[in-house]
Design a protein around this ligand. Structure first.
Ligand SMILES: *Cc1c(COP(=O)(O)O)cnc(C)c1O
Length: 440
């Protein structure tokens, strides 16, 4: 299948004239359509709510769009909570699904009235001591072993650091009830970036059975079940996309099979999708600045792994389109690289692409989730801008690019900074002299 971009070459050049590459570009129409399709798929469940995983794309303009589409937020850190609060989310619109949680984060989450999802049984006392036990609370389940669908191992929860065992779960809910909790939820995240459409229903059946078991064992009624993240996206052209309507229906079937006959038809379903919501609705836009021919042919971009870590970190595939050359035959083989002094700083290895020229714009697909947000500053490289392609077709800068001042901000070198040459100003003798003075 041909993977298309959501922006044309002409539109792209218009945007680049205003905001230089590299930058991440997001598609407002796509984000809204994805949120609508998810809400429609689960409309059968009265209490359904998507809590967008903020770590995927922590930008206020994106969060505001999702809030308009009736989404809440899933946070796992102090700053994610702060950002969510600043975007207008409050109380039960916030799920706090963290692990190895510092006390100050529990305190802040509790003060916001967020739903706290406990990762471990020991966190009950920890939370009680630092913030108190809220009325509404959730526990995260780890069934251990391997998570299989038709004998295919999707992931190995037994090796994952998250969640509690089944027997701990039972003990945790009894303890929480003793300590005054009144409303209970169950959460699990057992496989990441799943395709094939079967993950959510399988996970739901595990959680629904566990909720029934807990009810029989403890008399505790689980009022919401959080299926968390893990619905994947087609990064590769040959991948088939998940059909969210079918996924919603498959969860409905197990809901009606397992929960409804037991009088649990009021249980609310929550999701915490990140990748599915934003991944395909963002791309990294970059410009070719060098071509190098040695033992292999290299294309050098003005972007690098600090702007998109997934290929370097996981060997992840990200599709690449050469803007304006969509119809040219992919008859050249390139490694597409960034400029880090790290040989894994490659967006693509041995990729068949059309002939590339210096100045071409390369669009790296599916960077809308876990793209910008995983960025870092290695080699002193600066984080890029983020731009939103709005409903009306206009582009809006939703995060400016970092400057050297941002990079040096945590150092106490104020006096030195003032004397640093401005890289944008024409070189002058005085500046060079100043720097040499500093070195001496
Ligand atoms: C990362 C994460 C998510 C989102 O995962 P996706 O793969 O982006 O859907 C949801 N919940 C929790 C607790 C997470 O850590």
């Amino acid at each position: 299948m041909l993977k298309k971009t959501f922006v044309s070459k002409n539109k792209l050049e218009e945007i680049i004239a205003e905001y230089p590459t590299p930058f991440h570009l997001y598609d407002e129409n796509g984000i809204r359509a994805t949120a609508e399709s998810l809400n429609r798929a689960f409309a059968w469940n009265r209490g359904f709510k998507e809590y967008f995983a903020v770590k995927a794309t922590p930008n206020p303009e994106i969060l505001k769009i999702l809030r308009e589409e009736r989404c809440g937020v899933d946070c796992a850190s102090l700053t994610e909570l702060m950002l969510s609060r600043a975007c207008g989310f409050s109380g039960e619109e916030i799920m706090f699904s963290s692990n190895n949680t510092p006390a100050e984060e529990f305190v802040y989450a509790k003060s916001l009235g967020a739903i706290i999802n406990l990762d471990d049984i020991s966190h009950i006392e920890f939370l009680e001591n630092c913030a108190g036990i809220p009325k509404k609370i959730c526990c995260r389940f780890n069934p251990g072993g391997s998570f299989k669908i038709h004998n295919y191992i999707m992931d190995k929860p037994g090796d994952a650091k998250y969640g509690m065992t089944g027997s701990q779960l039972r003990e945790a809910f009894i303890k929480l009830r003793e300590k005054g909790a009144e409303e209970f939820g169950l959460h699990a995240f057992l496989a990441s970036n799943t395709l094939g459409g079967e993950y959510y229903a399988k996970l739901a059946s595990v959680l629904f059975e566990t909720a029934l078991w807990l009810k029989n064992e403890t008399g505790i009624y689980i009022s919401f079940i959080n299926l968390s993240g893990g619905v994947g996206i087609p990064y590769k052209p040959e991948d088939s996309p998940n059909n969210i309507a079918e996924i919603g229906e498959s969860v409905r079937r197990v809901f009606e099979e397992i929960l409804v006959p037991e009088g649990l038809g009021d249980v609310a379903i929550f999701t915490e999708l990140g990748r599915f919501m934003l991944g395909p609705n963002g791309c990294l836009v970059s410009t070719v600045i060098h071509e190098k021919k040695i033992h292999k042919n290299y294309i050098g971009l003005d972007a690098c792994a600090v702007n998109l870590m997934r290929p370097a970190m996981y060997g992840a595939y990200h599709h690449i389109t050469v803007a304006g050359k969509e119809d040219s035959p992919p008859d050249h083989i390139y490694d597409v690289t960034g400029s880090l002094c790290e040989n894994n700083d490659k967006f693509a290895v041995d990729r068949a692409l059309p002939k590339i020229d210096i100045g071409d714009r390369l669009i790296i697909h599916d960077t809308g989730a876990h793209g910008f947000s995983m960025g870092y500053n290695y080699n002193g490289k600066l984080r890029s801008a983020e731009v939103l392609l709005q409903k009306d077709g206009s582009a809006k800068l939703i995060r400016r690019a970092e400057t050297p001042e941002d990079y040096f901000r945590t150092l106490d070198i104020t006096g030195v900074l003032e004397k640093m040459p401005n890289p944008n100003a024409p070189a002058s003798k005085t500046m060079v002299f100043d720097v040499e003075e500093q070195v001496r």
